[in-house]
Design a protein around this ligand. Structure first.
Ligand SMILES: C[S@@+](CC[C@H](N)C(=O)[O-])C[C@H]1O[C@@H](n2cnc3c(N)ncnc32)[C@H](O)[C@@H]1O
Ligand code: SF4
Length: 377
């Protein structure tokens, strides 16, 4: 039986944050029931049930925004359709402004064993400015409630290079979160996405973002702080206590297969990358008309060369880098020989280091990771 992960997309949020361009809607609550019905139909439509599920990730949008009965129905549908491994990692994303004790208790009772809470900053002024619907105190309440109901694997999302965020303000957020002792911390550098309110505010000079130099200072400061406090840096933006690396993410970076269900959800199976439409009306209509395959919009079929390059690109996101033996096992080729020209250039620029077992980013490579990845696009 093939081991595979599942991603489920819930495209609803209470409010749109100023920086976010994820596929999610506000004020479309009347659509939620219909969406879940279609999502379940999509899950049931998969004809190959010879998959064993090792991770399930319910993301969004804000899965904690919708009634927990829908989350229960989604998991039941998955379990009826597939064999889910006993120790599968099952994650749900939570926005502190939308979760309560009852929802958290339901999640744990149906086998969700990991939660990922979006915090972004512990500074209330910044939270308000970026359009978050909660305060730091409300986050604390959600976090403590999650511990109380029994969650033993919690991730907290933070962001850096936000407007008005100084190195000290970021350090304060990191220290506050460390005190809570979560098993996992993700810290993303702000990406100024096209068409977002944040982009408009920056373009109109209403707000200013920290310079690249300050951003790198923030990155190294938070990295050092987290490492000093026992967190292992295992991917550019991800840190965890030993043994708590996100299995879902690791599988993606190791080019393992997964199926995505829901609006705009991505899948990777049998050397094909494809994704569902991001047009919600079209998505629902196709499912209602039993034309589920029509929702698939992008389909990239990889040849061996593309697959090997992608494996390098994904592997070089991980701090341990690309495992040379694993590469050989998967593709027969030795990546050090196969990519000797590209790798030599990167070594000369001190962006990567190579030994017999690994190809990985140097500290300079961490700062200039885009230059490294470009070699494998
Ligand atoms: C789907 S959201 C998490 C769950 C929930 N929707 C929330 O925001 O609390 C995933 C995470 O992506 C990060 N993110 C979203 N937009 C981003 C951007 N433009 N730049 C960097 N990180 C971003 C945030 O840290 C956010 O918590
Ligand atoms: S960051 Fe989360 S809550 Fe905010 S709009 Fe994006 S998905 Fe929704």
């Amino acid at each position: 039986m093939k081991e595979i992960g599942i991603y489920v997309h819930i495209p609803f949020c209470k409010n749109k944050c100023n920086y976010c361009d994820f596929v999610s809607f506000t004020n479309r609550e009347e659509m939620i029931g219909k969406y879940i019905k279609c999502l379940k139909k999509e899950i049931q439509s998969i004809n190959k049930n010879s998959y064993k599920i090792n991770t399930i990730y319910i993301g969004g949008g804000t899965p904690s925004f919708i009634d927990s009965k829908y989350i229960i129905e989604i998991l039941e549908t998955i379990r009826n359709k597939f064999e889910v491994e006993k120790n599968a990692e099952i994650t749900i994303e939570i926005n502190p402004g939308t979760a309560n004790e009852e929802k958290l208790k339901k999640y744990i009772s149906i086998g969700i064993n990991r939660i990922s809470i979006g915090l972004q900053s512990t500074n209330n002024k910044i939270l308000k400015q970026i359009g978050r619907i909660h305060t730091y105190e409300e986050f604390l309440n959600t976090y403590n409630m999650a511990r109380k109901v029994g969650f033993e694997n919690i991730n907290v999302d933070l962001m850096l290079a936000l407007p008005n965020q100084t190195v000290e303000v970021l350090e304060d957020s990191v220290e506050n979160v460390i005190k809570l002792n979560p098993e996992h911390i993700s810290i993303y550098s702000l990406i100024l996405e096209e068409g977002t309110k944040m982009e408009e505010l920056v373009d109109n000079k209403k707000i200013q973002l920290p310079s690249d130099e300050i951003e790198r200072k923030m990155y190294w400061s938070m990295k050092n702080k987290l490492e000093q406090n026992g967190y292992i840096h295992y991917e550019i933006s991800n840190f965890s206590k030993k043994g708590y690396e996100s299995k879902h993410n690791i599988n993606c970076w190791n080019q393992k297969e997964y199926i995505g269900f829901g609006l705009a959800a991505h899948s990777y199976i049998n050397n094909k990358r494809f994704c569902n439409t991001n047009n919600i009306e079209y998505y629902l209509k196709n499912i209602e008309n039993n034309n589920i395959k029509a929702n698939i919009e992008i389909c990239e079929v990889q040849n061996e060369d593309e697959k090997q390059k992608e494996y390098m690109l994904l592997g070089l996101r991980k701090i341990d880098g690309v495992d040379v033996q694993e590469f050989k096992k998967k593709f027969v080729n030795n990546p050090i020989y196969l990519y000797r020209k590209e790798l030599q250039k990167l070594v000369n620029e001190n962006l990567i280091e190579i030994d017999l077992n690994n190809i990985k980013l140097t500290n300079k490579g961490l700062d200039l990771a885009n230059l490294v990845w470009q070699q494998f696009i």
